[in-house]
Ligand binder design. Structure first.
Ligand code: MN
Length: 386
């Protein structure tokens, strides 16, 4: 029972149709089960769940699993879920914990790759998780082959102890082609899309992906993918943590955040509160761009990278160096906890080093003389990976 207490504490089972998980099931079956759920909550992610000791050990993987060994996917260890969760597909009411649409995306069994002679599978899994490195093979309907879960945070290192990486091993199932998460967009159980699951729940509750997108909505400037460093021009480099890039509007009477797809981003009351406070102190609206991502302490923070508007001052058309100075001025001497000062460097080496140490997927590069162009894909902003 204890293992599910965090799961149960976070949920109101009078309001959500998720299973209450009344018991920890001692499994007698020989094969350990796994399930992957696609979950459009405050931001879209995939939940990887591995059966162990009568519960589902769970990781939230913001970008989902990849079959390409070159992709190291951030996986945040979250609370154990009940075995009954393996068949849950539907919507969690807005305002409840994890509110949004849940799709059964893949399921099957898994085995640890490196059991010791005579060691039971569950014992090998438990040992791997405790050591912070588990190699396991999935026998799913969509995902096959060997993966590693590697804990990167905590233990004197940077980052939260909840922070792991999910990486595909090189084997006959590895591929650098399109990601499985892009190929398979329907439920493995019902064949439904996210929108169909949300609609079936009635009233559009849970908000299927894209349902809140507005045509006129300004979204963050889109980065051009790049493999290497830019060859000419003056640039500034900043970490890309693999989180959600947002534009944040803060006014004296409220805040709003929008992701790259134009969806409203909610569920961060502390960040919203601090942004509203910032606008009140400035006596006018402020529009910021940055990334919501896991912080070193295990919470989520808004890592601010750019500024478009400060009160009456429209900063977007001005070169980055001027925006940067304005941003420093706006954040100066503010007591902020979940809104973080920008981190950037004209030398990519330091940022690359930080990214490698923290397991971030890469970095962003902004042209120092470039304007901010909301919603545009521009070569004044690069997303550098690999
Ligand atoms: Mn989830």
């Amino acid at each position: 029972m204890d293992r599910l207490s965090e799961y149960q504490r976070k949920r109101d089972f009078d309001r959500t149709r998720e299973p209450a998980g009344s018991s920890v099931r001692k499994g007698r079956r020989r094969s350990l089960r796994f399930v992957i759920q696609k979950h459009a909550a405050s931001h879209l992610h995939f939940d990887l769940r591995l059966e162990l000791d009568g519960v589902m050990k769970s990781w939230a993987v913001p970008r989902g699993p990849s079959l390409d060994p070159a992709n190291r996917r951030l996986a945040m260890h979250v609370e154990d879920h009940p075995i009954e969760y393996n068949t849950f597909e539907g919507t969690i009411p807005k305002g409840e914990y994890g509110g949004g649409t849940v799709m059964l995306w893949d399921r099957g069994t898994y085995v640890p790759d490196e059991p010791r002679p005579g060691e039971a599978e569950a014992d090998a899994v438990r040992r791997g998780l405790k050591a912070g490195k588990l190699s396991f093979s999935l026998h799913g309907e969509r995902l096959l082959g060997s993966f590693a879960l590697i804990r990167t945070g905590g233990r004197g290192g940077a980052g939260s102890p909840r922070q792991w990486l999910l990486i595909k091993h090189r084997d006959e199932h590895a591929t650098s082609g399109p990601d499985a998460t892009d190929v398979f967009i329907t439920s493995v159980e019902t064949g439904r899309t996210m929108d169909e699951i949300a609609r079936a729940a009635g009233g559009g509750e849970g908000g299927g992906a894209g349902s809140e997108a507005g045509d006129e909505m300004m979204v963050p400037m889109r980065a051009t993918p790049a493999r290497g460093l830019p060859e000419s021009g003056a640039w500034t480099f900043e970490p890309w943590r693999g989180g959600v890039r947002v534009l944040a509007w803060a006014a004296t009477d409220g805040t709003a955040m929008v992701d790259e797809a134009g969806r409203g981003v909610g569920g961060y009351p502390e960040i919203a509160g601090e942004l509203a406070d910032l606008a009140r102190r400035l006596g006018g609206p402020v529009v910021l761009e940055g990334e919501i991502a896991a912080d070193d302490d295990g919470g989520e923070a808004f890592f601010v990278a750019d500024i478009l508007l400060a009160g009456e001052e429209v900063l977007a058309p001005r070169p980055w160096v001027e925006r940067r100075a304005a941003l420093e001025e706006v954040l100066k001497r503010r007591r902020l906890n979940r809104v973080r000062r920008p981190e950037n460097d004209a030398d990519p080496a330091r940022i690359l080093e930080r990214a490698a140490a923290a397991g971030w997927p890469g970095m962003l590069a902004r042209r120092q003389d470039g304007p901010y162009q909301p919603s545009e894909q521009t070569d004044a902003l690069l997303r550098i990976t690999g």
